[in-house]
Design a protein around this ligand. Structure first.
Ligand SMILES: *[C@@H]1O[C@H](CO)[C@@H](O)[C@H](O)[C@H]1NC(C)=O
Ligand SMILES: *[C@@H]1O[C@H](CO)[C@@H](O)[C@H](O)[C@H]1NC(C)=O
Ligand SMILES: *[C@@H]1O[C@H](CO)[C@@H](O)[C@H](O)[C@H]1NC(C)=O
Ligand SMILES: *[C@@H]1O[C@H](CO)[C@@H](O)[C@H](O)[C@H]1NC(C)=O
Ligand SMILES: *[C@@H]1O[C@H](CO)[C@@H](O)[C@H](O)[C@H]1NC(C)=O
Ligand SMILES: *[C@@H]1O[C@H](CO)[C@@H](O)[C@H](O)[C@H]1NC(C)=O
Ligand SMILES: *[C@@H]1O[C@H](CO)[C@@H](O)[C@H](O)[C@H]1NC(C)=O
Ligand SMILES: *[C@@H]1O[C@H](CO)[C@@H](O)[C@H](O)[C@H]1NC(C)=O
Length: 860
């Protein structure tokens, strides 16, 4: 059986029975230490972490501390819950082999220790003369990646002294600054791990990789799945899925070694280079030679500028057996790294692993801080198949001439984009056909350390122009705060906006650009409260005192225009207590701006995890779910057209100051199928967010309102368990919340994964919990037909709330009553009072280009 995780995980249906082979490198000096812990401990993978005290040098004046808050996404208490705090420069010293390279991993969990503010912490880390981190803020970096914790991995040149000296130096340029670290791993690594690499773009020039220290930026098991530390020989590396980094909609196909192909290292290749699991899966271009000739299989990585990088390609042919069957060219940043690559010609036979290193310098030109890896069939070689293949990929940063490896902290704007991207975990191929745009996957981030970064998986968003980095296209506004005061949107004059139907323009208030500029202090960065694919979101003031949220699109982004239109068209016609209200818009001077109610309490997600907000009570959670369900139910049935939201997730459920839930972000919405014409779905390119994506929608690219129901089921479990829909750092079976929660429910151990805050709070009525989780599970049924309608979900949640508030007695009666009511008034359940006025004006939709997609109006 193929589980949903895997569909999400690899984008391609994979069946797996990976050969697991343990490769043992000589395990000489290896230190795994939990800092600030007097006794050490064992992590969730069963690795033992020792106390750090004996490795501190004698002059040390550091403190031990325990985290005050345990983020639910931490993989394990050890080593993250204890920390060593340094108020002045201080060193660890390890005795190591002078002949081996050193793999050094640093673990950071930026949170409050001894009431210290994590945002005050800036520091340098120097190891054997190499600057590993400089002016490093774990807090900014973690926020940028929306990760609770960060891991950085380095490979240092063999220390002639026989010692490794790691020094933590608090920044002198920031007040109250301190340094901290939670865990350190030091593992000896064979010195022959690296050899000179060809510097591309220069004839016969090589880079002496072996004499440089490196930072691991990315480490991917291409076409395969996450490989945890425990499955990677003595080096305990982590290998991530490559799909988040794929560029464009052309993902190629993944393959796996069949039973008749056995994979064996050739004699000259040591097993520690990469585990066999990496070689046993691959990504190639697909069966159609015509298509393959017309595209490059491309991955894109965010890196720091002004460094030399080594890109290591791992190959192993899994299907073909002869030379000149699959021959391809390899490009790095648009330059040819290798012509006529042929894994069989190199390795001699099927199932034989090999790797190739290429070095490239990434400069600051054009502001591009990216590495593009592209493969294309070598048509000129006339191979039997026009195809290419890749099994694994690693990218390492080399120290510069001053021995520095540190890049800057993520910039605020970039940071917010990445945060948004990470949080939203959005996925979207270019919008139907007309796109000149490019899709770029960014999961790393300039400062993003390799592995952990990749855990922020499945981030793909549309980037129209590389050079000015204008992203557009995706929904999701990370905290798009909006809120409460719902003004009537009676139209001022229609200003003849070029992009809008006159209807929508007439329904909405029109703002002048000067009003908007005035309200946002001329789009001052200090006013930014979120960033989405469409642009930034500012907090602003209009009419001399009304707080609003202002979305500003990237000028000249065509995809932005589309979503701008969709959102105005949708929102201007929909009025509902549980939908975010659009107050108006501004279209002037190429600017496109949307003005919304300000939502004082931000997104639902930030009240569940990865923030320092106080936890919500169970009752609050139920009420929020009910509110959101009402909003969605209204979208599905209350308006004249069935509207499918397409991007239901906890960051698109906003909370006003009274904790009323409002569904936001209609940038991706589509109107639903026309029932009268026996159409039951809208055929469309898959959009939405990983972890929430309906597997049926994914498989068949057909959209129904049941796709929203599926996503809402994930939201319900997220509310119950307070963890992200996808967390790639967890063991495979736990990565997808949907799969894991269903598994736990089946096993009767759902209680174990419930948010600890809920368990600590007032007891939850078991019947209520049962109803809630049963409802969530039904939403996640594999087939849309088996899932309840949103109205059904709503009713069940209301029933769960009754069970909670009134555990014995009346609930049962209510259930029967409600069931009756439901049977009769199915489609109008609980919507009436709340949908107000302007829905009636939804006529004439065909005037809008946006609605050209309407499959047909459905009367009520
Ligand atoms: C460790 O390195 C720091 C900074 O480079 C230096 O000040 C210190 O003396 C070194 N300690 C040892 C024991 O080598
Ligand atoms: C890791 O190793 C274990 C034990 O050998 C195996 O059961 C599991 O499938 C492996 N996981 C991966 C992702 O390779
Ligand atoms: C392995 O088996 C598959 C089908 O079972 C076949 O298509 C493939 O050619 C075989 N490969 C080799 C190298 O024998
Ligand atoms: C890279 O180097 C150039 C030229 O020395 C400099 O202008 C630029 O600021 C540097 N970029 C970064 C990110 O350090
Ligand atoms: C890639 O190279 C081609 C010529 O080989 C050039 O026309 C194109 O502009 C380059 N693209 C980028 C993004 O640098
Ligand atoms: C593939 O990439 C290379 C290098 O960037 C470029 O020259 C070529 O035009 C690309 N081919 C296609 C089909 O996009
Ligand atoms: C890295 O540092 C080493 C030692 O300081 C130096 O020999 C080497 O040239 C540096 N690497 C690069 C790429 O500058
Ligand atoms: C340190 O990092 C912060 C945040 O990125 C930045 O604002 C500051 O300018 C940096 N300081 C130095 C001295 O580089």
């Amino acid at each position: 059986m193929i589980s949903k995780t895997d569909i999400l995980y690899s984008l391609i249906l994979l069946s797996f029975s990976l050969n697991t082979v343990h490769v043992h490198s000589k395990d000489s000096d290896s230190y795994v230490i939990s800092c600030g812990s007097s006794s050490g401990g064992t992590d969730s993978d069963g690795r033992k972490w020792a106390s750090d005290s004996q490795f501190l040098t004698s002059s040390d004046k550091s403190n031990m501390a325990t985290a005050q808050y345990q983020d639910p996404s931490l993989p394990s208490q050890v080593p993250y819950m204890s920390a060593r705090i340094f108020n002045s420069a201080s060193s660890y010293k390890f005795s190591v082999s002078p002949k081996q390279r050193l793999l050094v991993r640093l673990h950071f969990y930026p949170t409050s220790y001894n009431s210290l503010d994590p945002s005050n912490s800036y520091f340098d880390v120097v190891a054997n003369g190499f600057t590993l981190l400089h002016n490093f803020s774990a807090s900014i970096t973690a926020q940028a990646l929306t990760q609770a914790y960060i891991m950085r991995e380095f490979s240092l040149i063999p220390p002639q002294s026989g010692y490794l000296n790691i020094t933590f130096i608090p920044s002198s340029q920031h007040d109250k600054s301190y340094a901290f670290v939670n865990g350190i791993e030091v593992i000896s690594m064979p010195a022959d791990m690296f050899k000179p690499a060809h510097l591309i773009g220069f004839q016969d020039q090589t880079v002496e990789v072996q004499s440089s220290s490196l930072q691991t930026m990315f480490r991917l098991n291409v076409g395969g799945q996450f490989i945890p530390t425990t499955n990677d020989s003595g080096l305990s590396r982590t290998w991530y899925d490559d799909s988040p980094y794929l560029f464009g909609a052309a993902f190629g196909v993944t393959s796996e070694a069949g039973k008749n192909v056995s994979i064996k290292y050739p004699p000259e290749m040591p097993g520690y280079i990469a585990p066999l699991n990496v070689y046993s899966t691959a990504r190639s271009m697909g069966p159609d030679p015509k298509i393959n000739q017309n595209y490059n299989l491309t991955w894109v990585f965010s890196v720091d500028a002004n460094f030399t990088y080594v890109v290591r390609f791992h190959f192993c042919e899994l299907q073909l057996t002869k030379i000149n069957q699959r021959v391809f060219d390899i490009f790095l940043n648009n330059r040819t790294a290798q012509k006529s690559a042929d894994a069989i010609a190199w390795a001699g036979s099927i199932g034989v692993p090999l790797y190739k290193d290429y070095a490239t310098v990434v400069n600051d030109r054009d502001g591009d801080e990216e590495i593009w890896v592209a493969l294309h069939p070598s048509v000129s070689e006339k191979p039997e198949y026009y195809d290419s293949i890749l099994n694994g990929l690693e990218i390492f940063k080399l120290n510069d001439t001053r021995g520095n490896l540190a890049g800057p902290n993520p910039e605020p704007s970039k940071m917010l984009q990445e945060a948004e991207a990470a949080a939203a975990s959005n996925f979207s191929p270019p919008p139907e056909s007309k796109s000149k745009g490019e899709v770029i996957g960014i999961a790393g981030g300039a400062a993003g350390g390799a592995a952990v970064v990749a855990a922020v998986c499945f981030v793909v968003y549309i980037k129209k122009k590389r050079k000015n980095g204008m992203e557009s296209g995706m929904g999701a506004w990370l905290p798009l705060y909006g809120n409460s005061h719902t003004s009537t949107i009676s139209g001022k004059s229609n200003t003849g906006s070029s992009h809008l139907s006159s209807l929508a323009a007439g329904l909405c208030r029109h703002f002048s650009l000067s009003e908007i500029k005035h309200g946002t202090k001329n789009f001052d960065e200090s006013q930014v409260i979120g960033v989405g694919g469409f642009g930034k979101v500012y907090k602003g003031i209009i009419d001399g005192g009304t707080q609003v949220a202002i979305k500003r699109s990237n000028p000249s982004s065509e995809q932005g225009v589309n979503e701008f239109q969709t959102e105005i068209e949708m929102l201007s016609k929909l009025r509902h207590k549980h939908l975010v209200s659009l107050i108006g818009f501004c279209e002037e001077d190429g600017e496109m701006v949307l003005v919304y109610d300000y939502m004082a309490n931000g997104t639902l997600r930030e009240h569940l995890y990865k923030s320092n907000q106080p936890p919500l009570s169970w009752k609050q959670r139920l009420e929020i779910c009910i509110g959101a369900a009402r909003g969605l139910h209204y979208l599905h049935t209350g308006a004249r057209y069935t509207i499918i939201h397409r991007d239901v997730k906890t960051t698109n459920i906003l909370l006003d100051e009274n904790w009323v839930a409002k569904v936001s972000d209609f940038g991706l919405s589509k109107t639903g199928p026309n029932i009268s014409q026996n159409q039951t779905h809208v055929s469309t390119v898959v959009k939405g967010s990983f972890g929430y994506l309906d597997p049926e929608y994914f498989r068949r690219q057909q959209l129904t309102e049941k796709s929203d129901v599926y996503s809402f089921g994930v939201v319900l479990f997220e509310v119950l368990c307070a963890r992200p829909a996808l967390n790639a750092t967890l063991p495979k079976e736990q990565v997808s919340l949907a799969d894991w929660a269903i598994h736990c429910r089946k096993k009767g151990i759902l209680g174990e994964i419930i948010d600890p805050h809920l368990k600590a709070g007032p007891p939850i009525n078991p019947e209520c919990l049962k109803k809630f989780s049963e409802t969530a599970e039904k939403c996640l049924a594999d087939h849309g037909l088996e899932r309840p309608s949103m109205g059904d979900v709503l009713w069940n949640l209301e029933f769960a709330l009754q069970l909670h508030e009134n555990p014995d007695g009346e609930a049962v009666v209510a259930q029967d009553k409600a069931n009756d009511a439901y049977a009769i008034h199915n489609s109008t359940l609980t919507v009436e009072e709340e949908s107000t006025a302007s829905e009636a004006t939804v006529e004439d939709l065909n005037t809008s280009a946006v609605f050209s997609q309407i499959v047909n109006p459905r009367g009520r």
